[in-house]
Design a protein around this ligand. Structure first.
Ligand SMILES: *Cc1c(COP(=O)(O)O)cnc(C)c1O
Length: 450
């Protein structure tokens, strides 16, 4: 008599109509098109995975954010944070919408120049600006945000060489109730360092304090943190005016507004828990308008909004490459895009939804990337319908930081396209080839095989 081989039983909890804690059942979502363009057709044309940016969505969002501030404060200028996404096509949309450039390295400074941004419309941040880059930026009239005393001293030497007074901005940090506190950048306001630096700058006679800057952090969910930062920058500006007689012309509140992505630690989805941009605008404008500036000396408000502008315009389209039951019975799928191109997976509970939902029971699923690395998890848990190999999924939002922080770890980076306002589809970065990665290497002659 032959026995059937033993197969370990798997008990699957089917979640069909049970209400969750919000009293809602699991809802089924799928997304076949972005701006009217079929995602299946895009994958066939450009290959998988594929980053898709919606120009329409991006411009809409930029205008929405700008309007929130323009409504409440008369002098506002945005500068696009290059490190959030420096694809040329994205930067050009931003500049076309009136944004200046905010850069944090000499490399990004060069990118902004190549995109045709005049030096006077570049804000230069960061803890390390190599001397030649610092010189050029100061000589060409960029807004240089000094980070520490060594840089202040270097800027002073450069101004002396140039033989004229050079305007600079001081980056400040302070306790705004946000933790962790980003006190490694700029001069501390709480312990008096900021005021000392300003007095030192003024006494040196070579630099002129044009502006004050503060970047509280990133994905800040409390608009009042900006209200507090704005109030303190404004008070300092007024004190400095009284002491030196020179008005501070710009106050820069940095970036950091939360996008509507959902963080792993958040219970409610980001679409419900992220404050509307109006709340940030209200907090900042209120603080500045009530600070007591004479009307003819109202400073220009500079903003370096990154994530909140671009995040939701980006989606990643990917295909299922395997279905797999884990040892504990849990269902998992492997997709062809991993954390090497989805850095935000470590922070975000991205939406992961099928392009086509062919029905069937939703089941809790782990979504793994294709890397041979334990940490390559795109979603630890998400309800998905049955999927077959080759089925396409959408991961979103992915517009912020994934492109700039991606790397060719094991795999090359995928193609990126933009859907234009009239539905036109343009390749904005082709898929990488092995030579792109190897071009910079040099193999010593002794290792070469003849
Ligand atoms: C990264 C950065 C920004 C943009 O931050 P977001 O969180 O993307 O809005 C703005 N200013 C400075 C100085 C930065 O380092």
């Amino acid at each position: 008599m032959s026995h059937m081989p033993y197969v370990k039983p798997t008990i699957i909890q089917h979640i069909n109509s049970l209400a969750n804690k919000h009293g809602r059942g699991p809802s089924r979502h799928s997304l076949e098109r972005i701006d009217g363009v079929s995602l299946t057709e895009l994958l066939e044309r450009f290959g998988s995975p594929l980053f898709v940016f919606s120009e329409r969505r991006l411009r809409q969002r930029v205008r929405e954010v700008r309007r929130a501030f323009d409504l409440r404060y008369p002098k506002v200028q945005f500068a696009w944070s290059y490190k959030t996404n420096y694809l040329d096509a994205i930067c050009m949309v931003m500049h076309d919408e009136g944004a200046w450039a905010e850069v944090v390295s000499e490399v990004e400074y060069e990118l902004a120049l190549r995109n045709g941004v005049p030096p006077t419309q570049i804000l230069f941040n960061g803890p390390y600006k190599p001397l030649p880059a610092l010189k050029n930026a100061l000589a060409d009239g960029s807004k240089v945000h000094l980070d520490h005393y060594d840089e202040l001293y270097a800027a002073e030497q450069i101004a002396r060489e140039l033989g004229r007074k050079v305007p600079v901005t001081l980056r400040l940090n302070m306790d705004t109730g946000v933790h962790p506190r980003w006190d490694r950048f700029g001069f501390n306001l709480d312990n008096g360092e900021a005021l000392s630096a300003i007095r030192r700058l003024h006494a040196g006679g070579h630099l002129e304090l044009e502006g004050l800057h503060c970047h509280v952090g990133t994905f800040i969910l409390d608009p009042q943190a900006y209200g507090r930062a704005a109030a303190r920058l404004a008070q300092l500006a007024i004190d400095v005016r009284r002491e030196t007689g020179v008005p501070v012309r710009t106050l820069d509140l940095g970036g950091g507004f939360a996008s509507r992505a959902t963080l792993h630690a958040q219970y409610a989805p980001g679409t419900d828990s992220t404050p509307p941009v109006d709340d940030y605008a209200e907090a900042i404008a209120d603080a500045l308008l009530s600070a007591g500036f004479p009307p003819d000396e109202l400073p220009t408000l500079l903003l370096e909004t990154g994530r909140s502008m671009v995040d939701e315009s980006g989606s990643l389209i990917t295909r299922v490459v395997a279905n797999k039951r884990l040892a504990n019975g849990a269902r998992s799928v492997v997709i062809d895009a991993g954390v090497n191109v989805l850095f935000t997976s470590f922070w975000y509970r991205h939406d992961v939804l099928p392009v086509v939902d062919r029905g069937g029971m939703l089941e809790d699923t782990v979504v793994y990337g294709p890397l041979c690395m334990n940490i390559d998890v795109v979603r630890p848990s998400v309800l998905l319908p049955p999927l077959e190999i080759g089925d396409a999924l959408v991961v979103r939002p992915v517009g912020a930081y994934n492109v700039t922080q991606s790397m060719q770890f094991i795999r090359l980076r995928p193609a990126m396209i933009m859907i234009g306002r009239d539905g036109e589809v343009d390749l904005i970065r082709r898929a990488e080839e092995l030579d792109d990665v190897k071009r910079a290497e040099h193999l010593p002659a002794r290792f070469r095989k003849s």
